[in-house]
Design a protein around this ligand. Structure first.
Ligand code: CP
Length: 301
């Protein structure tokens, strides 16, 4: 059983292999060539117990493009009738799934699904723990834009405390040579910092040193509601505005995993401007997830 549960402890060589495989799919898509049907006769079940636009649809498209049979289970599953998560996983496995792609509010859901199913499981974002394919997508996007990740300075701005995307980045991007600074009010930064990342409470003091400003939405659905600044006061100190854009180096870029809260952590002119990599991140979702599914299922293009 393989799969992708976490990027913690994954070597730079292995991360590089996954990014190279994602880049090969980017180039195939760009060339207009048909994708190799490396997952023909395989069944990929995409089970999402939390909302999603980008991750769910890009996994669906990735699996279909590779020729897999795709089953999708959304929030309408029989868990609303009281079926347990364990019974759900065992049901999906008994139906003949060859791999599971799991999004869930519980942090250990992907690990439990792997244990209960005995088949490859891909973590598509669980609790606050990690969202590893988003991190791979973002690493691929950075490598495409800057040529290398080594020596890049990224500021991770906002609700790092509640973000599974941020944890994936903290687990893997330093391995690839990215220097991370966590920026936000103390209520939005993690209490523990086992990664030893630099922290700052002043975005304006950091902007001039950053190559990448990665913005995080305040995740009120994960209980971030206590002790938070109001949206206008957050925007005043940490919102990425056109004025703040002018404090960046001319080569610095903006990233956001989505969904965005426009007017809070990011202004329209920034999100839609020429320094934004946000739609490149989205575009890389399908090819990077094609590579992850092939890796999980032993398919090769
Ligand atoms: N970035 C991300 O996980 O977006 P979705 O919640 O829309 O999948």
């Amino acid at each position: 059983m393989s799969g992708l549960l976490t990027l913690r402890g994954v070597t730079a060589d292995r991360l590089g292999e996954l990014l190279d495989a994602g880049q090969r799919h980017v180039e195939l898509i760009r060339s207009g060539a048909s994708a190799p049907v490396t997952l023909a006769r395989r069944t990929v079940t995409i089970a999402f117990f939390e909302p999603s636009t980008r991750t769910r649809l890009s996994f669906e498209k990735a699996a279909m493009t590779l020729g897999a049979t795709v089953l999708t289970l959304g929030q309408e599953s029989s868990t609303v009738k009281g079926e347990s998560f364990r019974d759900t996983i065992q049901t999906l496995t008994a139906m003949g799934s060859d791999a599971l792609v799991i999004r869930h509010h519980l942090a250990d859901a992907a690990e439990l699904a792997a244990r209960w199913s005995g088949i490859p499981v891909v973590n598509a974002g669980v609790g606050r723990r990690e969202h590893p394919t988003q991190t791979l997508i973002d690493a691929l996007t950075l490598r495409q834009h800057f040529g290398t990740l080594h020596g890049l300075r990224m500021g991770m701005v906002g609700d790092v405390r509640n973000s599974r995307v941020a944890r994936g980045h903290l687990n893997a991007l330093p391995t690839l040579g990215v220097e991370l600074t966590l920026i936000g009010p103390s209520t939005l930064l993690p209490d523990a910092n086992p990664w030893g990342a630099r922290t700052s409470h002043s975005l304006d003091e950091e902007l001039g040193d950053l190559d990448v400003v990665y913005l995080f939405r305040i995740q009120r659905e994960r209980g971030a509601g206590t002790g938070l600044p109001s949206e206008p006061s957050y925007h005043l100190r940490y919102g990425m505005s056109e004025e703040r854009l002018s404090l960046l180096k001319p080569t610095s870029m903006i990233m956001h995993a989505g969904p965005m809260n426009r007017g809070v952590e990011i202004d329209d002119a920034v999100a839609d401007g020429e320094r934004s990599l946000i739609l490149s991140q989205v575009a890389n979702g399908v090819p990077m997830r094609m590579a992850v599914l092939e890796d999980a299922l032993g398919g090769r293009s």
